[in-house]
Design a binder for this molecule. Sequence first.
Ligand SMILES: C[S@@+](CC[C@H](N)C(=O)[O-])C[C@H]1O[C@@H](n2cnc3c(N)ncnc32)[C@H](O)[C@@H]1O
Length: 260
Amino acid sequence: MTTSKEAAESRKIKLAVVEQYSAVAQRAASCCGPSEFPESRAAKNYADGALSELPENSVAAAAGCGNPVALASLKKGETVLDLGSGGGADAFLAAKAVGPEGRVIGIDMTPDMVLLARESAAKLGQENVEFRLAEIEALPVESGSVDVIISNCVINLSTDKDAVFREAMRVLRPGGRVMVSDIVLVGDLPQEVADDPESWAACVSGALPKDEYLSKIEGAGFNGIEVEGGTPRPDAEGWRQAIATINVRATKPGAEGCCA
Ligand SMILES: C[S@@+](CC[C@H](N)C(=O)[O-])C[C@H]1O[C@@H](n2cnc3c(N)ncnc32)[C@H](O)[C@@H]1O
């Protein structure tokens, strides 16, 4: 049961997150010289040239910590759901990978991000991708309708990670898979960082210890859980050595020997 104090705390954090990513989206919408985005930390997660065909505004809004599309082994015709799609860069790469016979749905709760992603989709003329304004704890997506869920540095921001993994399980078809890049804790944060709502919005204080994060995925019913990463960035200093990116692959059980 959530108490009213917890609900109020959760609302406060969500507002801080929306505020932070509205600012990112607005900055990205009015930028960029062609040389601006390749230097961003998020862009370094992608192979050289991988982002070059995408609208600059979408790339400038990229704020991920990994490259789940590169790890998801997407196949033509698959239906992909991107949790926390931001400016849409991963969704566009996924849409290219699944081809016109597949489709991609991006979900994000920040209106400015959804607007930016929709404008970029129109620029690209990519008709197999759509963006829905919603929270990932309550997905406006039909049960059992998705082949692959991707997510890039988003679930750490959720105030109810159990609900996110429960919803992921619901919308996947049996045998469907998740490929998530996210931030976890591998050490202790100083109290002032842990208590700071801005630090939550910056993908730090909402992060769970790695084992707890993985046990939530298992607790939602996923199996075949494989993890890569989990060591701090080599250039991390001070408390930043307490956070790390992991890439997690997991499967919804139920497809073996079943069903044509
Ligand atoms: C760090 S950015 C990452 C965006 C994108 N995945 C990328 O790689 O660029 C986090 C995004 O997740 C969205 N977000 C955070 N919490 C969310 C929630 N509970 N429901 C829906 N979207 C959320 C934010 O609005 C923001 O666009």
